[in-house]
Structure formats: structure tokens, C-alpha cells
Write a protein that binds this ligand. Structure first.
Ligand SMILES: Nc1ncnc2c1ncn2[C@@H]1O[C@H](COP(=O)(O)OP(=O)(O)O)[C@@H](O)[C@H]1O
Ligand SMILES: [Mg+2]
Length: 272
């Protein structure tokens, strides 16, 4: 296990008391892409800041290859991409300094390699304030890779990007996996996660609802013609072949595909 999260609890005690995390436990295997999905306000950013070591939990433990994320050893093992990096002003002064301080141990050669990796060699001389959101996200990903850490923690890396920007960032994340990196990223957009991750955790109201492997879809959507009409049904993986045989006897199959709304359903499970 590269990352072990055990029973993390966090309550913000400002004017209003917000119980942001109510006991979250997860563990990540080396080399996997892990999606952390949930609606706004679910507690994703809070957990990510705790994993990055810039926010302390009230209780619970985090270990990155056995190290606490608040130690220098722990920080060397992870790269961090904060939520909305164009608004670094939204971080507290301390958070911002801690963030900058984590950017250590680089050589010029490393930087050139990183610029190539994120496709920003040509734009390397341009001011970041002139970058598009996608370019900004990519330079921040490059930042996270300084020091070549095995674990990358990205908070909403795909949010607010146009389709091309999303494709670029997805490609980079896939490339990281190919190089043996472990990526933990959050998103409130289900489709992003489905395409990228090996496993996903669903978080709602500060609790993990479920951890799911996405290698094999659990459900399929079958569309077929029956008496000239297009019918859509959804079946469990176990019943797929049986159902297809049945349809073949009476109708004409139009398409069969993994159910895209599977994760949406998972999110809804605890709503009722
Ligand atoms: N610094 C803070 N002070 C008080 N409440 C906060 C703070 N940061 C987040 N919260 C609250 O904690 C909950 C979880 O927030 P957050 O972790 O940002 O969720 P997410 O990233 O999933 O949108 C929300 O109700 C949010 O309003
Ligand atoms: Mg957030």
C-alpha cells in the first residue's frame, strides 16, 4: 500500500461548526489511478489537504509509504495539485507557504523534461497569468512532478477545462500511470472518473459510501429493436448473455455498452 488513510475525522470550528469528514478510511495500491468522487461540499478538498499534509485532521492517521504526510519524508513522496490553482489567493497564507515549500529538489534538466511531458515547452517563456486554464493546470501538474514523487494528489484536475484541455490532462494522467505513478484525484464529474480510474471511492457528507473497481462494469445497457421500436434495458453483468440470447430470439440488437450512469446510481444510493 502506498497510501493508507485510516478513520480520518475533521470538524471545522469557525462561526459555524462543520463536520467535514466523519471517519474516512481508504488504501491505495502502488500504480493505480484512484478517483475520489462526490458532490460539492462532500469533503473531498478537506481530505486532499490532509493527505498533502497542509491540514491536520482531528483524529485518524495517514501514511504515505509508512510516513506521515506532515513530515519532510512524507512530503517528498507526494506531488500536490490544489483545487483552482488560478486562485492561489484562496489558500491561507500558511497553506500557500507550505505549498511553495514543497517545491524542492529540482534541476534544470528535470524542469526541461517536465515541460516536455506536459507539452509546455513552447509556452515556457510566457507569463503564467497569460496561460489558459488548461495550460495552468498542466504547469501545476509539472510542479507536482518535481522531485519525481511516487504519489500524486490532484484536487479536481479536470474541472473548469474545455474539451481539449480535459483531453490533454487526462492523457497526462494516463501517462503517469504508465510510468508507475499512483494518482489520487478528486472530481465531482462522474464521466471523467469512469474513463480514467482503476478504482473509485464515492464520498458524501464526509463519509465514504463505497469503493468500487471500475475494471469490469457491473451493468450494461442493451438497446434493441422489437416490432420496429427501439427498446432500452439495463441488465446486471451476470445476466447479460442470457438476456442477449432472449433478445436475439425475438428482436434485433442495436447496441450493447457498459452502463455510464452506474456511478450516478451509486451516488444516489444513499440519498433515499
Ligand atoms: N476552512 C473552512 N472553514 C469552515 N468550513 C469549511 C472550510 N473548508 C471547507 N468547509 C466546509 O466543509 C465541507 C467540506 O468542504 P470541502 O472539503 O471543500 O468539500 P468538496 O471539496 O467535496 O467540495 C463543506 O461543508 C464546506 O463548506
Ligand atoms: Mg473541493
Amino acid at each position: 500500500m502506498i497510501l493508507e488513510i485510516q478513520d480520518i475525522r475533521k470538524t471545522y470550528r469557525g462561526k459555524k461548526r462543520v463536520e467535514a469528514l466523519k471517519g474516512i478510511s481508504l488504501s491505495l495500491q502502488q500504480g493505480e489511478i484512484f478517483g475520489f468522487v462526490g458532490p460539492n461540499g462532500a469533503g473531498k478538498t478537506t481530505l486532499i489537504k490532509i493527505i498533502a499534509g497542509i491540514l491536520k485532521p482531528d483524529s485518524g492517521t495517514i501514511k504515505i509509504l509508512g510516513n506521515s504526510p506532515t513530515t519532510p519524508e512524507g512530503k517528498k513522496l507526494r506531488g500536490f495539485l490544489p483545487e483552482n490553482p488560478q486562485t492561489l489567493r484562496n489558500l491561507t497564507g500558511r497553506e500557500f507557504l507550505k505549498f511553495c515549500a514543497s517545491v524542492l529538489g529540482k534541476t534544470d534538466e528535470d524542469i526541461e523534461k517536465l515541460l516536455s511531458l506536459v507539452g509546455l515547452k513552447a509556452a515556457a517563456e510566457r507569463r503564467i497569468k497569460e496561460y489558459s486554464k488548461g495550460m495552468l493546470q498542466r504547469i501545476m501538474i509539472a510542479q507536482s512532478l518535481i522531485g519525481d514523487p511516487p504519489l500524486l494528489i490532484y484536487d479536481e484536475p479536470l474541472s473548469g477545462l474545455d474539451p481539449i484541455g480535459r483531453k490533454d490532462v487526462k492523457q497526462i494522467i494516463k501517462g503517469l500511470k504508465a510510468r508507475g505513478k499512483t494518482v489520487f484525484f478528486s472530481s465531482h464529474i462522474i464521466e471523467d472518473v469512469e474513463e480514467l480510474v482503476d478504482r473509485v471511492a464515492i464520498i458524501k457528507d464526509g463519509l465514504t459510501i463505497r469503493v468500487q473497481e471500475l475494471g469490469k462494469p457491473r451493468k450494461f445497457t442493451i438497446r434493441y429493436y422489437k416490432n420496429g421500436e427501439l427498446v432500452t434495458i439495463r441488465v446486471e453483468r451476470e445476466r447479460l448473455w442470457e438476456q442477449l440470447e432472449k433478445i436475439r430470439a425475438t428482436g434485433e440488437i442495436y447496441e450493447v455498452k457498459p452502463s455510464e450512469i452506474e456511478l450516478e446510481e451509486m451516488l444516489d444510493e444513499k440519498n433515499n
